[in-house]
Design a protein around this ligand. Structure first.
Ligand code: DGY
Length: 324
């Protein structure tokens, strides 16, 4: 008999077929309490789950006594209680490599859009305000040759550094848990402490996961250390930045602008003050959201679940200790 799995995300037909060739699949729209109740038998039998953007903690695990593997269609896994999974011997699989270039493109989009005020001035064109030669009140600031500071030199940070160094001649500063030789050798990136990075960067780019260590890493104190001409970019996780403090810093002119793909609450509430600030570019968490990359992530997640449930994991496991 094929192992039972729960799918809580829509997959392209060919990937669903691949999943179904290995498993008996029950599809649900989400991991909501209603679905847990309605599909209680399927959850009770499930050896694997595959999906994204849902909380998987102790309460959820109490409904899945046979679970052996969870496969998320994302690189981030802050919505999983990894300790709880690990103590139950459940493998957590994620998709760390296939989205790197696309998320780095998103970060560069935010750098350019905020510096050149692309969204704001495009709105002014649509509003019929382009009635003559534009004046200084439409101007942006240069990106090329400015200093780019990267918080978190993982795969995405490295891909951002590559773009900034080769494409825009930007000096790179970075702060991370350890020195990154490749970044230093290939992109001339300079390791520095957080305060130095904040003080010297024209763009402070956050490419960090959400952990106890990174929660509200950037608050009022850190924002006050940035140049008043500097721009904050966050495409990691929203709660890495204290959003209230960021709004205050933007309102008070402590920093020049912010480009945000992630927020403390997603979707961003429509009454968020961020949405009425002209110097904020707010994107709906599009980091990896291209047709190609989302397909590749889903394919990777399917392969990850197959590997985990057939005892053939070679990569992409967050808690490999459960495999031993
Ligand atoms: C992830 O995979 O964690 C990213 O946030 C998706 O854009």
């Amino acid at each position: 008999m094929k192992p039972s799995v729960i799918l809580y995300k829509t997959l392209p037909d060919d990937l669903l077929a691949r999943l179904e060739s290995h498993f008996s699949v029950t599809q649900v729209s989400s991991l909501s309490p209603e679905n847990l109740q309605q599909h209680a038998d399927a959850f009770a039998k499930a050896e694997g789950i595959l999906g994204s953007s849902e909380t998987v903690g102790k309460e959820f695990l109490s409904h899945t006594p046979k679970l052996r593997a969870a496969s998320t269609v994302s690189v981030g896994y802050d919505n999983f209680d990894v300790d709880a999974l690990t103590s139950r011997g459940i493998a957590l699989m994620h998709t760390p490599t296939v989205l790197t270039e696309t998320v780095a493109d998103t970060m560069m989009t935010l750098v350019l859009a905020t510096a050149r005020r692309a969204v704001e001035v495009a709105e002014r064109v649509k509003a019929g305000e382009w009635t003559g030669s534009i004046g200084a009140d439409w101007f942006g600031i240069d990106v090329h040759h400015k200093t780019l500071g990267i918080l978190g030199m993982g795969r995405i940070g490295l891909a951002l550094a590559q773009r900034a160094h080769f494409g825009f001649n930007m000096p790179i500063l970075y702060n991370a848990r350890r020195h990154h030789q490749e970044a230093e050798d290939r992109f001339n990136a300079r390791y520095c402490d957080l305060d130095t990075l904040l003080a010297e960067s024209d763009f402070v780019c956050i490419s960090l996961p959400l952990t106890d260590e990174t929660y509200h890493l950037i608050g009022a104190e850190q924002l006050a250390k940035m140049k008043s001409s500097a721009i904050l970019i966050n495409a990691g996780r929203g709660p890495v930045v204290d959003e209230k403090a960021l709004i205050q810093a933007l309102v008070d002119g402590k920093i020049h602008a912010a480009g945000l793909d992630v927020f403390e609450q997603e979707p961003l509430p429509v009454d968020s003050p961020l949405l009425s600030l002209p110097n904020v570019v707010a994107l709906p968490h599009i980091g990896s959201a291209t047709h190609e990359t989302r397909y590749n992530m889903a394919a990777c997640a399917v392969d990850n679940l197959i590997a985990a449930l057939t005892g053939d994991v070679k990569e992409n496991c967050v808690n490999p200790q459960v495999l031993k």
